[in-house]
Design a protein around this ligand. Structure first.
Ligand SMILES: [Zn+2]
Length: 233
């Protein structure tokens, strides 16, 4: 990475307003539980552990205050892998299940979206009637401010947030007005050259966790999302 690459983001605290909703992206075993699959952490990881702790803490407050929560769960059919990634979160493997710490949410009335693609905004389209169940959720709860948490900062979180910014401008997701990414409750993965060789992947798949986490935050901020490192009520 060039030394000229400035990945610093202006981060601020965000105060939750009445019409807020929370989104949790892909905090499933296949991405978060050590050894759970091809894309799971190889060893205990501080950024992932912090994300889980902060997500759980925030979700409990939202739940206690009866504020709406929605959950994306990466879930694939075994005959349709997702290029360029190795098979992951295959239906029935357990990788697609929410992590233990957030299991309690499955009993709640949170919206659960099983998605078979990186971008949850696209994954929320019901192919039977073309209805987007995420847009419907925003309208049903009249959500104006969306707090986003989850994994990976530079992949699924990034795609969703950038698409949402366009959706706001194109006025297809009213009354949503702002997207707030809670940086402490986001994480990405770490993959060094040894991992890449072991998994038989292209060398281009080497991925330095801290750099790409910050890169994801920076791009979302540049596109108009608010990056918050503290959420207050
Ligand atoms: Zn996937």
């Amino acid at each position: 990475m060039s030394n000229n690459l400035n990945l610093s983001t202006y981060q601020t605290s965000h105060k939750i307003q009445k019409n807020s909703g929370m989104l949790i992206i892909d905090e499933v075993n296949g991405f978060c539980t050590v050894g759970a699959g091809n894309l799971a952490p190889l060893k205990k990881n501080h950024q992932v552990d912090k994300m889980i702790k902060e997500t759980n803490h925030l979700a409990k407050i939202f739940h206690d205050k009866s504020l709406p929560i929605s959950i994306f769960l990466d879930t694939h059919e075994d005959n349709r892998p997702e290029h360029p990634y190795p098979p992951h979160c295959i239906k029935g493997s357990g990788e697609e299940n929410i992590i233990n710490e957030l299991e309690w949410l499955m009993e709640s009335n949170a919206l659960k979206v099983n998605k078979d693609c990186i971008n949850g905004f696209i994954g929320a389209i019901n192919l039977k009637n073309n209805e987007n169940i995420f847009i419907k959720w925003i309208k049903d709860y009249q959500i104006e401010s969306l707090i986003v948490t989850g994994i990976c900062t530079d992949i699924c979180v990034l795609d969703f947030v950038l698409t949402s910014m366009s959706a706001i401008n194109h006025q297809i997701i009213n009354p949503l007005k702002e997207v707030v990414v809670y940086s402490e409750a986001c994480a990405t993965y770490d993959m060094n050259i040894e991992d890449v060789k072991r998994l038989n992947l292209e060398k281009s798949m080497v991925h330095h966790q801290e750099t790409y986490h910050n890169l994801g935050l920076k791009i979302m901020q540049m596109r108009g999302a608010k990056i918050a490192n503290q959420i207050i009520f």
